[in-house]
Design a protein around this ligand. Structure first.
Ligand code: AFP
Length: 341
């Protein structure tokens, strides 16, 4: 992209215009998705503003509650959760909501109900808030038939059934990355306009990568394929250069870098946590959806991540996602391990 030319652009592709353009390709579309998305965008803008002034507003610090994962909730988590729930319900287009912060799913009352189910982590990476590291919101969207009472089955569907997914990263700039099923596009918030502008059209993840990203502190508990892959990253035997390690510990930031620069992001199973750490519905699925739509792959160690059928809303799964060729290597290591057994 020519940034100098960009600075003088007058014909701005805002996220709303972009989604309306997409919608016009489907004459039967009722515009519901565009309305839902505009409410998600509003939530992202609100959280972005709150994150930016967190220090000023004394929002940093514990809210005094513990969420269902047993983690301490920060004030910003509580606020972001409230903001998104209110924005989603008031859109009049949602049916079932699952938030990382709430033990139970939210069934939207009938007068405000629509066809979409949204699974989301309102503020992922919140242990990084106090040191100013990038954090983000992750969301995935299912569309269901609106001819029945909403049930948990509406959201306990494999990730491949999602109709859209995205994340908003609150970092040095506020970036929203979205896929509505075809391609992946990135939008950056122009604070002076209050609009997300298309800055990263049709993102494609590089086929190979020079970076691996994993919490190496867990290495002593890894399984053999994970250990073998990381060993190969550090000490390649084919004469290639060693890969660089980058790990922020904030999934949105680590996945964003992986999407743009290529490589692998991993949260594998280990002896202590046989299902890894990341949650299927609102971390593994949306990120796997985006990575696949950008040309990469996402694997659990056993299967394609998007084929998983969740049985509980806060279920966890190991995940390896990133450049196509890198994930092929990981799949081959797991296949070889399977043959030994
Ligand atoms: P927090 O929201 O508690 O900071 O967890 C962030 C996260 O869910 C995800 O964003 C990171 O990729 C992952 O956990 C980091 O986990 P480790 O700290 O175990 O490496």
């Amino acid at each position: 992209m020519d940034h100098a030319a960009d600075a003088h652009r007058t014909d701005l592709m805002t996220i709303t215009r972009f989604v309306l353009n997409e919608q016009s390709k489907y004459p039967e579309s009722r515009g519901d998705f565009t309305i839902l998305l505009s409410h998600i965008v509003l939530g992202c803008k609100f959280v972005c503003t709150s994150v930016n002034k967190a220090g000023l507003a004394k929002l940093i610090g514990l809210a005094g509650e513990t969420n269902i994962q047993g983690e301490e909730q920060k004030k910003l988590d509580v606020l972001s959760n409230e903001v998104f729930i209110k924005a989603l319900v008031s859109s009049g287009r949602t049916r079932v909501l699952v938030s990382e912060e709430d033990e139970n799913a939210i069934f939207v009352e009938s007068s405000k109900r629509g066809r979409y189910c949204v699974v989301f982590d309102p503020l992922d990476g919140s242990s990084n808030i106090d040191c100013g590291v990038s954090i983000g919101t992750i969301f995935g969207i299912y569309m269901v038939k609106d001819d029945h009472e909403p049930t948990l089955d509406d959201v306990l569907q494999p990730g491949k059934q999602m109709v859209a997914a995205g994340y908003c990263m609150y970092g040095s700039s506020c970036t929203l990355v979205l896929s509505t099923g075809t391609g992946v596009n990135g939008f950056t918030l122009d604070p002076s306009l209050g609009e997300f502008i298309l800055t990263h059209p049709d993102i494609k993840i590089p086929k190979k990568g020079k970076i691996y990203s994993v919490n190496e502190g867990n290495a002593k508990n890894w399984d053999a394929p994970t250990a073998a892959y990381v060993e190969k990253c550090k000490f390649p035997k084919d004469g290639s250069s060693s890969k660089s390690l980058r790990y922020i510990g904030s999934m949105v930031a680590d996945v964003h870098r992986t999407l743009l620069y290529g490589g692998t992001f991993m949260y594998p199973a280990d002896k202590k946590n046989p299902n890894g750490k990341l949650r299927v519905l609102y971390e593994v699925f949306p990120m796997s959806f985006l990575i696949e739509k950008a040309g990469g792959q996402a694997f659990t160690g056993k299967q394609r991540a998007l084929d998983l059928v969740p049985t509980k809303i806060h279920e966890r799964s190991p995940v390896f996602l990133g450049s196509y060729d890198e994930i092929e290597e990981i799949k081959a290591l797991y296949a070889a391990e399977g043959q030994k057994k």
